[in-house]
Design a protein around this ligand. Structure first.
Ligand SMILES: *Cc1c(COP(=O)(O)O)cnc(C)c1O
Length: 370
């Protein structure tokens, strides 16, 4: 399938494994003949509510939309500042910008997650919200963040795009703040056939607003309450996602097994691997290590037919799009240093233990071990 001995992801192989069930999902929905806002979407929302413990789940077109709508419905808009980390996918910042608010960055800690100890110095009279990102599916320090928010009268909206299946203190990611947004992008571990997302909240008003807004503001077919957008998750994807949700725990446990194998087998002190904290269960959407001489290591692995990706080489405050925000090199030294070292190793559920051992061996060999 893949040209690599160890591919970073193998969605074609995954389709072969699930072909019969996926085709049955498509057959079921297509034969009923209704493709949007159907019972399949409601059934998937109910399944995610049961899985996460969130009171309301609204299925949407993407994780980005879920973040944007969560911010909007929580009352974040023009003149408001939202504090978030520079280590994320650009959609975090984009969601803040698109509700009219101003993105404010806060550096990360050694764990690549927003550093609660640095949040307070970013707070101004205009700060409205904190948007922690559970990057790679590892949970931010939510008790500390909620405490800061409460003391300063701020709301917390979680970028839980990668935290489907992540827990802290047995509580699911995206259920700590007033709302959270999840992504079902093909590279997330609960993945749609294309784009998809879900907004989680316990707040009745936020849920009602997002439900209205995601379907043109329609109260009924011929009755518009507000001007909204079209951001519906289609029924085909809802049915496939509901099938895949039942397999999510299995996907995560295989990814965890592979990550733990890396932790055991990579001996090079030049490579630092984040631990799974005692009070957390990580979703393992990605497996990022911080490596000395990252680019040379990547080239070495490429030559050994191991596919790796850099997630990401540029911290969010240093993109051209961020120019008007006035940040520069050196503003967030921890994030900047990590971006120069970060590398995503292949750890997906379709890898064998032998493949993981092969990658670990090549990593060690690069640093002159074994
Ligand atoms: C994937 C991702 C998003 C965006 O989700 P989409 O479904 O691709 O729109 C936002 N934030 C983070 C941290 C992500 O990983």
């Amino acid at each position: 399938m893949s040209d690599y001995k160890v591919p970073w992801i193998d969605l074609q192989l995954r389709f072969q494994e699930e072909r019969d069930e996926i085709m049955a999902c498509l057959e079921r929905v297509l034969s009923r003949g209704h493709l949007v806002l159907t019972e399949e979407v409601g059934a998937f929302e109910a399944a995610v509510a049961a899985f996460t413990g969130a009171r309301h789940c609204v299925a949407l077109n993407s994780g980005t939309d879920s973040l944007m709508m969560a911010l909007w419905a929580a009352g974040v808009g023009k003149g408001d500042e939202v504090i978030h980390p520079p280590v994320s996918f650009v959609a975090t910042t984009g969601a803040i910008v698109h509700v009219g608010a101003t993105p404010v960055f806060c550096d990360v800690g050694d764990d690549q997650l927003i550093d609660p100890a640095q949040i307070e110095r970013q707070i101004t009279p205009r700060t409205k919200a904190i948007m922690p990102v559970h990057w790679t599916g590892r949970m931010c320090d939510m008790p500390a963040i909620l405490d800061i928010a409460e003391r300063h009268g701020l709301i917390v909206v979680e970028d839980s795009a990668q935290s489907m299946g992540s827990y802290m203190n047995d509580r699911h990611g995206g259920t700590f703040g007033v709302a959270g947004g999840i992504s079902f992008h093909p590279l997330k571990n609960l993945n749609a056939l294309g784009d998809g997302g879900m907004m989680l909240t316990d707040d009745d008003d936020i849920a009602r607003k997002v439900r209205l807004y995601h379907n043109h503001g329609l109260r009924a077919r011929d009755d518009v309450e507000v001007y909204g957008v079209n951001s519906r998750l289609d029924s085909l994807n809802a049915e496939v996602l509901r099938f895949r949700l039942a397999r999510l725990d299995d996907v995560i446990s295989k990814r965890r097994r592979n990550a733990n194998l890396y932790r055991e087998l990579i001996k090079a002190p030049e490579v630092s691997i984040p631990a799974e904290k005692d009070n957390c269960r990580d979703s393992y959407v990605m497996f990022l290590v911080l490596a000395e001489r990252r680019d040379a290591l990547k080239a070495h692995l490429e030559a050994a037919s191991v596919q790796t990706l850099v997630y990401y080489g540029t911290p969010l405050h240093l993109h051209d799009a961020a120019k008007s925000l006035g940040y520069g090199q050196g503003d967030f030294p921890v994030a900047e240093a990590q971006c120069a070292r970060v590398l995503a190793l292949p750890h997906h559920q379709n890898l064998s233990e032998d493949q993981v051992a092969y990658v670990a061996g090549e990593v060690n060999a690069f640093y002159g071990l074994g």
